[in-house]
Ligand binder design. Structure first.
Ligand code: ZN
Ligand code: ZN
Length: 252
């Protein structure tokens, strides 16, 4: 049997505002736990929380290239970004594209400047706003991968899914060639399913969607590859993939 190429397609390094993790630390862990490909997808925030203006783009690029050389033949490193609400930040998105990264994740973190710690709306309202913002973002497009389609699941233990709404967003992904990720960070938070869930992905496949990425959304090396291989192995109706230079590569 051919060995499965284990790709963790969403990780944060010390270039993200909420991580202190070194790139080399990830590589050492990858060798330990059997991850073949790591995509670094550091946060690009352009709203009230702004990390774009101070982001060390050149330094990060140089460091990725250095560490890539160091681990050549053992771990493959990809250069990506996770931009929040890209439909509201088109200029910044265009700038990221101009850097020709391997992959861009579009995610919703702060719809309408909501921060989970500021409880100015109730959970149900937040879930609705979140879903609408994801839909607007997918309609606008311009990125490769849709991050954690149902992220409130990770934080709300009484999460109520609006299945019909999410399904329409998944159909749109299939039509537009935007690849949903299966983000396993929810499994670390006690959820039974990644974000998107296996049911979401079955629906996406029924709409003609073919590919997903699988990722741990790690902010430190300890969680690199968490349930990534297992999730990849459970896929039946879609094919896992990774991206190089913006080009989708199926993992057969
Ligand atoms: Zn995210
Ligand atoms: Zn992330």
């Amino acid at each position: 049997m051919k060995k499965l190429l284990v790709c963790d397609m969403h990780t944060h390094t010390h270039y993200s505002f909420d991580s202190h993790q070194s790139l080399q630390g990830y590589c050492e862990q990858a060798i330990k736990v059997g991850v073949d490909v790591i995509c670094f997808t550091d946060h690009i925030e352009c709203g009230q929380l702004n990390t774009f203006n101070e982001f060390l783009f050149e330094q990060r690029q140089r460091e990725i290239e250095q560490v890539r050389k160091l681990y050549q033949g053992r771990v493959t490193l990809l250069n990506g970004f996770e931009i929040s609400e890209p439909h509201m930040h088109q200029k910044e998105l265009a700038f990221l594209r101009s850097l020709q990264p391997d992959m861009i994740i579009g995610s919703v973190h702060y719809p309408m400047h909501y921060q989970p710690e500021n409880k100015w709306v109730d959970r149900r309202t937040y879930e609705t706003i979140y879903n609408q913002c994801v839909r607007d973002m997918v309609e606008c497009g311009g990125f490769d991968v849709l991050g954690h389609i149902d992220m409130p699941r990770r934080y709300h233990d009484d999460y109520v899914e609006d299945t019909a709404y999410i399904q329409k967003t998944l159909k749109l992904c299939a039509e537009k060639g935007i690849v949903p990720e299966m983000n396993t960070s929810s499994l670390r938070n006690g959820c039974a399913e990644p974000m998107a869930t296996s049911q979401h992905i079955a629906y996406y496949a029924s709409c003609g969607g073919k590919y997903v990425t699988v990722s741990s959304d790690s902010h430190n090396a300890d969680t690199l590859g968490y349930k990534v291989k297992e999730t990849m192995q459970c896929l039946t109706c879609v094919t896992p993939c990774y991206f190089v230079g913006g080009k989708l590569i199926p993992i057969e």
